[in-house]
Ligand binder design. Structure first.
Ligand SMILES: Cc1ncc(COP(=O)(O)O)c(C=O)c1O
Length: 385
């Protein structure tokens, strides 16, 4: 798309979003998070169009709101859950057990028993003690070995905590079989918000060599789990993120390294599905002049819906409904903790109590990791549109 056209489109989107915010503020007190169903649908469609051989399992940890899960159930998505509680949630909302993966490599005995009762039999693991535990609590479970792969440039590094050495993968799958489990294949995660496609390409190469080793030793594998990590822009003019181009390269690698008619590919997108749908709307509840600049205190902060700035290492673009000259300012959350500061160098117009500050693309790892009411400030209410 030519640059001029892009700018026109962005302007129109801003006008529409700001009109939506003004309308919703007549009915809802801030802070609230708008979740746009149309964006959930759009992201699902983009994913399945760009990677048609890959079945997406929405990682509900990124945003587990029931209406989001219901939307993905209706779209025909499968689900990635990290615990028995998440499993119960997706099953209750209509997901069928064979469309759920228990994608945590460390599972409690109780959660394994629950998975057995509810017939959620596909799961990941990355170490031998876990295999003994699975075999004890869920005999005949289907398992994918999660391998450690490069997380270069990813916003959230996951290989520090999870993943078996790829050289151990075949032996672990062999062990799984000896314990009466069903070794299905290999899983990996390139780290969350990975704009570096090389991470996927290399991980697929490692996976293919494990498939070859297993095949040579009479242990044919059938499933590759590409994990999550698919990136989204968090800023309007962000460059370097092109999901469709990444997907094209991933697909090419899949076709080069695997017989795609025989191997089933799945993935666990979280952020890519839930992130772009979310718009957080907050208001200024106080202002002060300190350190030679304006400090604006918002009614949402790091302990609630901006928790992704801590746990997800995420940066956001703060927007206001005011126009005009911009000044270097500080934005802070509402709690009595100076750590609860969102930005000390925002270029924003002068604001007053009651003014709106909103953030787009904040649907993932935001409300999901908010604490219920630190200092008595509740997280944003979800408003589905
Ligand atoms: C096992 C697993 N799968 C999927 C995801 C979702 O990743 P993302 O939101 O980067 O797509 C995560 C995120 O931490 C994860 O740990």
């Amino acid at each position: 798309m030519p640059n001029g056209e892009k700018q026109e489109k962005a302007k129109l989107e801003t006008t529409n979003i700001e009109a939506l915010i003004r309308t919703l503020m007549k009915k809802h007190a801030t802070p609230f998070m708008i979740i746009r169903r149309s964006m959930l649908e759009k992201q699902y469609e983009r994913f399945t169009k760009a990677l048609p051989e890959v079945t997406p399992f929405y990682a509900i940890k990124s945003h587990p709101h029931p209406e989001i899960i219901k939307t993905f159930v209706e779209l025909g998505s499968s689900f990635d859950v990290a615990s028995g509680v998440e499993m119960q949630k997706v099953l209750k909302l209509g997901a069928s057990p064979n469309r759920v993966i228990f994608a945590h490599t460390i599972k409690s005995p109780e959660d394994l028993e629950f998975a057995k009762r509810r017939r959620v039999r596909l799961m990941t693991f990355d170490n031998e003690p876990e295999l003994y535990k699975i075999a004890k609590h869920y005999p005949k479970a289907h398992v994918l070995v999660r391998i450690k792969v490069a997380n270069k440039g990813s916003q959230v590094e996951l290989s520090l905590k999870f993943g078996a050495d790829p050289e151990q993968a075949y032996l672990l799958l062999r062990k799984a079989k000896a314990l009466g489990l069903v070794p299905k294949g290999v899983s990996f995660h390139v780290g969350s918000q990975s704009a570096n496609v090389e991470n996927y390409l290399q991980a697929l190469e490692l996976t293919a060599s494990i498939f070859n080793e297993a095949e040579e030793n009479d242990l044919p594998l059938k499933m590759v789990d590409l994990g999550g990590g698919f990136p989204i822009p968090h800023f309007d003019n962000e460059i370097g993120i092109n999901f469709e181009r990444m997907a094209q390269q991933i697909r090419k690698q899949m076709h080069t390294l695997f017989d795609t008619r025989k191997v089933q590919f799945i993935a666990e997108p979280g952020r890519f599905f839930s992130g772009p749908a979310g718009i957080l709307v907050t208001q200024v509840i106080g202002r002060a002049f300190r350190n030679n600049k304006n400090y604006y205190y918002l009614n949402d902060g790091l302990y609630a819906d901006f928790s992704g700035m801590v746990f997800d290492h995420c940066k956001y673009e703060f927007k206001t409904l005011r126009r005009g000259q911009k000044f270097l300012s500080t934005l802070a959350g509402p709690t009595c903790d100076s750590f609860d500061t969102l930005s000390v160098n925002e270029e924003i117009p002068e604001m007053y109590v009651g003014d709106v500050v909103y953030v787009k693309n904040i649907g993932a790892y935001s409300s999901a990791s908010a604490v219920p009411a630190f200092n008595g400030f509740p997280p944003a209410k979800i408003v589905m549109v």
